[in-house]
Design a protein around this ligand. Structure first.
Ligand code: AMP
Length: 189
């Protein structure tokens, strides 16, 4: 059996992480873990946590580190993740979350940390066209602002450790997939 691969993918909302994660799952056999998808499921199911998260998400704010770290800790502890590895999408979004992730993983290394880079104007246009519940003008602006304020330092943190690879997220979908697969392969080498 091949060793499970552990990936983290960054990128502004609307950068196409979700679409590309499907390809990474196909290519590397990893499990896609999207904290946004997990929260949206909790909202749909109407769980207590989901009810609390909905207002925060609709305003474009970040769900508390404690809640999100708890969700991720539980998910990463499951057998499928241990066997197949993962691609983490939408987490960690703050330095507190990054520290929690390192603690959760313990000795398990992260094999590649990728920044799918798409310019601000382009992601704004894509989000406006997408029309998700939280894609109001205010929500979009707030999320992009928080990305710079809270998540950029996390990217810098991985970069300072020589772990970050930036991938150009503009172009045809298949081309971007090839770039991502290449970046992961290089990181694994
Ligand atoms: P996403 O699907 O990644 O765009 O996430 C949608 C929304 O879920 C975000 O705008 C946040 O409100 C919330 N969310 C997702 N992941 C996190 C996280 N790691 N930390 C805090 N809030 C999150």
């Amino acid at each position: 059996m091949t060793k499970p691969i552990r990936l983290v993918i960054f990128g502004r909302q609307g950068a196409g992480k979700g679409t590309q994660c499907v390809k990474l799952v196909e290519e590397f056999g990893v499990v896609h873990i999207s904290t946004g998808d997990m929260l949206r499921s909790a909202v749909e199911e109407g769980t207590e946590m989901g009810l609390k998260a909905k207002a925060v998400m609709d305003a474009g704010n970040l769900v508390s580190d404690d809640i999100i770290n708890g969700i991720v800790r539980e998910r990463l502890d499951k057998d499928d993740i241990k066997a197949s590895g993962f691609v983490l999408d939408g987490y960690p979004r703050t330095t507190t979350q990054a520290e929690a992730l390192v603690q959760i993983l313990g000795r398990d290394e992260i094999h590649a940390v990728i920044d799918l880079e798409v310019p601000l104007e382009e992601v704004t246009a894509r989000m406006k066209a997408r029309g998700r519940d939280d894609d109001t003008d205010e929500g979009i602006a707030r999320r992009l602002e928080l990305y710079e304020a809270e998540t950029r330092p996390v990217l810098d943190w991985f970069d300072a450790r020589g772990m970050l690879v930036t991938v150009n997220g503009l172009g045809a979908e298949a081309e971007i997939t090839d770039r991502l697969i290449g970046a992961v392969a290089t990181s694994l080498a």
